[in-house]
Design a protein around this ligand. Structure first.
Ligand code: SF4
Length: 76
């Protein structure tokens, strides 16, 4: 099983690398409608506009979150 997860809203793909995540909570403090560890999957990419998501991803201190353009499928 890959520890890299992809979550797409059709315009962009949020990539989350679990091993890099420092659990700093920046993402769910800033945009809890998208980043919510209490629900599954914990990233809900359709709950905010792309611009908001990109801003929060750029605030991830560990580099666990990144963005790819378009709908990039989950790697095997
Ligand atoms: S902001 Fe980055 S490091 Fe912090 S919890 Fe979210 S994904 Fe993990």
């Amino acid at each position: 099983m890959s520890d890299v997860k992809h979550y797409s809203n059709g315009e962009i793909t949020i990539v989350w690398k679990s091993e890099k995540c420092a659990h700093s909570a920046n993402c769910f403090r800033n945009l809890p409608v998208v980043f919510n560890p209490r629900v599954k999957p914990w990233i809900q990419p359709h709950n905010a506009v792309t611009g908001e998501i990109v801003q929060v991803v750029q605030g991830c201190p560990s580099g666990a979150l990144t963005i790819l353009d378009g709908d990039v499928p989950q790697p095997e």
